[in-house]
Each structure stands twice: as structure tokens, then as C-alpha cells.
Design a protein around this ligand. Structure first.
Ligand code: R5P
Length: 298
């Protein structure tokens, strides 16, 4: 029997793309909320002995994670053969250290929660910085789908004479891969973050921008302060308005408008988080990864 694929609220569109590519059955997930705020998931059709795939858009994650956890637990309780998670954006990965006395490594705690209720996880470019592999956090089977090939394809199709710019050292892993695939130069800025919304960046002295289109590439755009600071520096150095590409378009509060107002050129993201900037589709490589997970679970 084919797998049953169900979307958590907010992930319906992406789940539809995946279903089309995988050719599996659509299940219905009713996430009822009682007046007191508690959640009661209801899964149809019957999941007994079926492989269940839950698809979740985990931006603004805190209120979604409890529903996700309960859906997975209920699928197990009702006898699902396996329960997998497609989370194109995986939250909490930036909390990979204790940054101040009294804090903890919350990335570990979220990983423990999800690993306790899912058999496998597929995601796109999780923020692996102080942890270098998903297996350091997640004991379940995981597959990381890289966005670099798709981003490179988009740049090659739409940007003339690109020079790629990573806004900080952490971004070099993505920017280097994308630049290699496009066959264009890249540079990486130095970033200092002194608060949630306080960011400064500096350009390496020999950065050449004349005659090129700067393309900023980062994994996450949250407050957009990183992209804004980089945009300002590039323009101050005589560069054209940069194309800003983020894998995961979190865009907290007014971040999208703020980035536009700061003078960014085109703002583009992958469709791992539903957002008006989504132009780079990730459903094809994610579907391929899910098919591998299902084959391994069979
Ligand atoms: C940092 O570690 C990440 O790679 C991004 O640069 C960061 O999350 C962007 O955050 P914001 O948009 O809030 O500056």
C-alpha cells in the first residue's frame, strides 16, 4: 500500500507538490483546538500498518511543535508502520550553544523531542554550525537536502555577471557550493552580532564589485538585519543593489519591508517556508529524499 501523506496547518501547498511527485495517498489531518487551547489531532483514513509522512512548515515553531508531536504520537498509537517528518525548515538549529550563563543548548532538546516520535526526518540545509552533522543531534535516520544546486540554477537563469557574497563566515559553506556550481567568484563578509537586531558587517578590502551584480546568499533570513547590513556595505562600496537570496524565509515582523527599504534588489527564497519571496522550488529533491527514506523503511 502507498504511503499516506498529511500536511500540518500551513504546509498544505508544499505537501500538495510532494504528493504529486511521490504519487502517494493524501491523508487528512484535523488539528482541533479546544476552547482552552489544547490540541486534539484526528487522522483519516486509518493509519494502521501504513507509512505516514507528516509535512510541517516550522517557522514560528513553538505553537506548531506541540501539534506536530501529538500528530506523530497519535499516528503511532493508531498503529502506523512508520512515521516520517518532512520539515523543509528545521527550527532551533541556531541554538547550538549556551550563549549566556543559565542558557542551554535547546537544539538538543528539540532534537530529542522529534527523535522520540518520528522514525526519520528530511530537511533542507539545517543550520549546522557548531554541530557538523545531523547525527550529532538526531539519533533517527535523517537526510539533508542541499539547496545549493537549485539556488545555482536560479542565479544562472536570472542574474547577469553575478558575484556571490556570503554575509558571514558561517555562510561560506552555502556560498562556496553555489559559486562553484554557477562558476562565478565569491567573497565572504565579516559579521559581528551584538543582539537580536544589532548586526554589523565589513567587506574584505579587495572586494571587486564593478560591472557585477552582487548576490547575497544566506541560509536564514529572520530579522533581515544581516542582509540589511550587508546590503548597506555593498552599496557604500559602490556596488549595485544586491539580489538577496535566503534558503529559509522566516522574515520576522517587518523584516521583508525593512530589507526592501534598505535598498535590496530582488529578494528571493526557497519554498521551505511559505512566503511571497518563494521562487526556488525544493519539492523535487525533497520528494527524492522521501522516496529513499520510504524504501529504507520497507
Ligand atoms: C546566522 O547564523 C545565520 O546564518 C543567519 O545569518 C542569521 O540567522 C540571519 O538572521 P537575521 O536575519 O536575524 O540577521
Amino acid at each position: 500500500m502507498t504511503a499516506l501523506l498529511m500536511a500540518l496547518p500551513g504546509a498544505e501547498q508544499f505537501a500538495g507538490h510532494l504528493r504529486g511527485r511521490l504519487g502517494c495517498e493524501a491523508g487528512a489531518l484535523l488539528v482541533h483546538q479546544f476552547p482552552d487551547g489544547e490540541t486534539c489531532p484526528q487522522l483519516t483514513p486509518a493509519v494502521a500498518d501504513r507509512d505516514v509522512i507528516l509535512v510541517a512548515a516550522l517557522n514560528q515553531p513553538d505553537h506548531k511543535i506541540m501539534a506536530l508531536y501529538l500528530c506523530a504520537c497519535v499516528a503511532r498509537e493508531l498503529g502506523a508502520r512508520s512515521v516520517g517528518l518532512v520539515a523543509p525548515y528545521l527550527p532551533y538549529m541556531r541554538q547550538d550553544a549556551s550563549f549566556a550563563p543559565g542558557q542551554g543548548v535547546t537544539a538538543r532538546h528539540v532534537a530529542r523531542l522529534l527523535s522520540g516520535c518520528f522514525d526519520w526526518l528530511v530537511t533542507v540545509d539545517p543550520h549546522l554550525h557548531r554541530f557538523h552533522a545531523m547525527s550529532e543531534l538526531y539519533p533517527i535516520a535523517t537526510e539533508v537536502v542541499p539547496a545549493a544546486p537549485k539556488i545555482a540554477g536560479w542565479i544562472a537563469a536570472y542574474v547577469e555577471r553575478p558575484v556571490l557574497v556570503g554575509p558571514d563566515e558561517e555562510s561560506e559553506q552555502w556560498v562556496g557550493q553555489v559559486a562553484a556550481a554557477v562558476g562565478c567568484p565569491y567573497t565572504v563578509l565579516r559579521k559581528v552580532r551584538s543582539g537580536d537586531r544589532e548586526v554589523s558587517v565589513s567587506l574584505p578590502p579587495a572586494t571587486v564589485l564593478a560591472g557585477c551584480t552582487p548576490v547575497l546568499v544566506d541560509d536564514i533570513i529572520s530579522t533581515a538585519r544581516t542582509m540589511i547590513a550587508a546590503t548597506q556595505q555593498l552599496k557604500a562600496a559602490g556596488g549595485a543593489a544586491p539580489v538577496c537570496i535566503g534558503v529559509h524565509a522566516l522574515f520576522a515582523d517587518t523584516a521583508y519591508a525593512d530589507l526592501k527599504a534598505a535598498g535590496a534588489g530582488r529578494i528571493v527564497s526557497c519554498d521551505t517556508v511559505p512566503h511571497v519571496s518563494n521562487e526556488i522550488g525544493m519539492s523535487a529533491p525533497i520528494a527524492a529524499a522521501v522516496a529513499r527514506m520510504l524504501a529504507a523503511a520497507a
